[in-house]
Every structure is written in C-alpha cells, then in structure tokens.
Ligand binder design. Structure first.
Ligand code: CP3
Length: 342
C-alpha cells in the first residue's frame, strides 16, 4: 500500500531565513531563557548552578522550552553558552553568582603557542549539549524552529585571553604583538566551532546563530582578519547543512562587508544599527532596544512600531538588539507580543 509522503512542514522563521516575508514577522528574543523567568530561576537553584544546569540535558531542554511554552515564541534557542567551547578546549569554566564567567588559566599570562600546545580539545565534553538539542527538537511542534549557536571566534578568544568578559585589551594586544599565536588560537576555535555546530545541526538544530558580541571594537583591517575570515570559514563548512544567522554586534560600518564576505544567510542587527544600505533581499533580525522592553508602557509600543516600520518590505525576524535584561517584567514581553500579533 502506498503511503502519503510527509512533506516537511516549514516554520515562519525558516521561511524568513529562506527569504520569504511573513506579516507579522516571526519573533524570538536573545536570552529568552533566563533569569527574568521565575521557572528558570527555580530550576537553576535546584541544579545548583548555571554550568550544572546546562550540562544536565533534560533540565537544559526544559529551560529551552520554557519561553516557547509561556509566550509562543516562533523559535527556541538552545540553552547553553558560548563559553562551553573554551571549556571543551581545556580551560576551567566557572560562573560565580553576580560576577560573570571566569576561565582559568587566562591565556594572556603565557605565550599563546606554548599555551595552545598544552591544551587538548575534548569534543565529547559537549555531548550533553548535543543531547539537549535532540530532546528539544523532539518536543517542539513543526511551526517552532530550533536555533543552535556558538560564539564568534573573535569574541570567544577575548574571553579566553582575559579569563573574563568585557576585558578586551588582552586579545587586542595579542592580535598585534603575537599575530602568529593569535591566528593559531582563532584557527583552533574555528575548527572546534565547526564540529560543534555541525553536531547541533545533525541533532536537530534547523538554523544556527554566531554571536560575535565584541566585534564592534575592531578597526576595519582587524575586523577582516579576526571576524570576517573565521566566520567565512565556519559558514563555508556548514552552510549546506542549515542557514546561518551572523550577529556581529556593534559592527556598524562593517555590517555590509560582513554580510557580503562571510556568506551568512541572515544578519542580526543590534539596537544601534539601521538596515539602510543592506540588500533588500537579505533576511534581517532585530533590533528592538532591550531597554525599551525593560521600560514598557508607551515607549515600548512606540519602539515596536518603529522597529516594524524600519524593516517593512524586507524578510524580517523580530528580536532584540541584544539579550533581554534580567529585570525585565514578564508583562512587558507579553505587551510586545500583543503589539506585534494583535
Ligand atoms: O539566548 C538564549 O536564551 C540562549 C542561551 C544563551 C546564554 N548565553 C545563556 C546564559 C546564549 C545564546 C548566550 C550567549 C552568550 N554568552 C554571549 C553572546 C551574547 C551576548 O550576550 O553578548 C556571551 C558574551 C556569553 C557569555 C556569558 N554568559 C556572560 C558574559 C554571562 C554573564 C552575564 C549574565 O548575563 O549573567 C553568561 C551567563 C549566562 N549565559 C546566563 C544565561 C541565561 C546567566 C546565567 C545565570 O546566572 O543563570
């Protein structure tokens, strides 16, 4: 007996990544699983810490699904962190309450070639994260896309050098003073990232985002070497597997070049960026100000309307320009969705 062929159902988000516009646009929020949700805080407290939570696949899958269940987001984003790559590469990783992440030993204290030769990557340490992807995909409806992610090699390198976040001098200096060693570090991160993203896609991630949160501090020539080049390598290696959303936060004048030269399928814009000058066929994601979401009220409604107008006529995914603030009231997220969907 002949059985009907199942046609794989697409989702609004995957449609937009393929260049097909939706009105209203599909929506998800960066850091949508996190501390502003009481159900997240409860599970995190039960598991004893952030790293414990993200390495417990059933719990991490539950956290990934929480915002989808509560708000009906058009996508789930894997619950993990960009810093699991340095951890798999051999640095110790700790998230101290209120202090942000710490990676030890910080690579800035030794010549990079020497430090790298002492490190071995154990990709198997990331198996629980891949298991989370599998579990989430099995629990999601066909209309909800699952997004995997990794950090951009430049951003990951800034954490590996300094041992903490937001301290960019160590990486900026090493890139000039020890360009060979820094290039070797970027190449190693790039290779591990390619394997990691390919494994996420094989387990059920239908798109992946590259978070290059600190790309905005680089002059054009350095941006080319440390952001565009490694991103192009990642895209070349996985773009036949799933669409790639590039998010070079703060890239400003470098956005168009990033889109053209890396080959990403879609571009994430931060709240300071404008789409003017970007190709009208390029799917764009963004770029509501997270502070407008924190503020709520009329300012939020106005910001949503302005955001929709800014991307009118383009394939657009509504998102924030950066991660949701942990003090954001849940009612403000509900207000955003109501304004968007009516
Ligand atoms: O978007 C999502 O919901 C998926 C999960 C996700 C997390 N981190 C969870 C997380 C994603 C995509 C990230 C990316 C990430 N992590 C980036 C790139 C995006 C950005 O924000 O610029 C960076 C730079 C990191 C590194 C990182 N992780 C920092 C600096 C911190 C501490 C600051 C903070 O917000 O607490 C983290 C911790 C972290 N990652 C939390 C979550 C939910 C908070 C952990 C907790 O205390 O429960």
């Amino acid at each position: 007996m002949a059985t009907a062929q199942a046609i794989p159902a697409s989702s609004p988000l995957l449609d937009v990544l393929a260049g097909v516009r939706h009105d209203p646009p599909p929506v998800w929020l960066m850091r949508q699983a996190g501390r502003y949700l009481p159900e997240y805080r409860e599970l995190r407290a039960q598991k004893g810490g952030f790293l414990e939570l993200l390495l417990d696949a059933p719990a991490a899958a539950e956290v990934t699904l929480q915002p989808v269940r509560r708000f009906g987001m058009d996508a789930a984003i894997l619950f993990s962190d960009i810093l699991v790559i340095p951890w798999a590469m051999g640095q110790a990783l700790a998230f101290e309450a209120g202090e942000g992440p710490r990676l030890t030993p910080a690579l800035k204290d030794a010549p990079l070639m020497l430090a790298l030769s002492a490190m071995t990557t154990e990709a198997g340490k990331l198996a629980p994260v891949i298991d989370t992807v599998r579990r989430v995909r099995a629990s999601l409806g066909a209309k909800t896309a699952l997004i995997g992610f990794a950090g951009g090699p430049w951003t990951v390198a800034t954490y590996m050098l300094a041992g903490q976040g937001g301290a960019l001098e160590a990486a900026r200096l090493a890139a000039y003073q020890d360009a060979l060693g820094f290039r070797a570090l970027i190449d190693r991160i790039t290779n591990v990232t390619i394997g990691y993203l390919a494994a996420q896609i094989a387990a059920g991630a239908q798109a992946v985002q590259i978070f290059d949160s600190w790309s905005g501090v680089l002059p054009p020539a350095e941006f080319e070497r440390w952001v565009i080049r490694p991103t192009r390598q990642i895209v070349a290696a996985i773009s036949h597997l799933a669409p790639v959303i590039g998010f070079p936060r703060g890239a400003g004048q470098n956005l168009l070049r990033y889109a053209e030269e890396t080959g990403v399928h879609a571009l994430g814009l931060d709240e300071t960026a404008v789409p003017d000058g970007l190709p009208v066929t390029l799917p764009l994601q963004g770029n509501l100000d997270p502070v407008a979401l924190l503020a709520g009220g009329e300012a939020l409604d106005r910001a949503v309307d302005q955001c929709l107008a800014r991307f009118a006529g383009r394939p657009h995914i509504l998102n924030l320009g950066h991660g949701i603030d942990k003090d954001t009231p849940i009612a403000h997220v509900e207000q955003l969705l109501k304004r968007l969907r009516g």
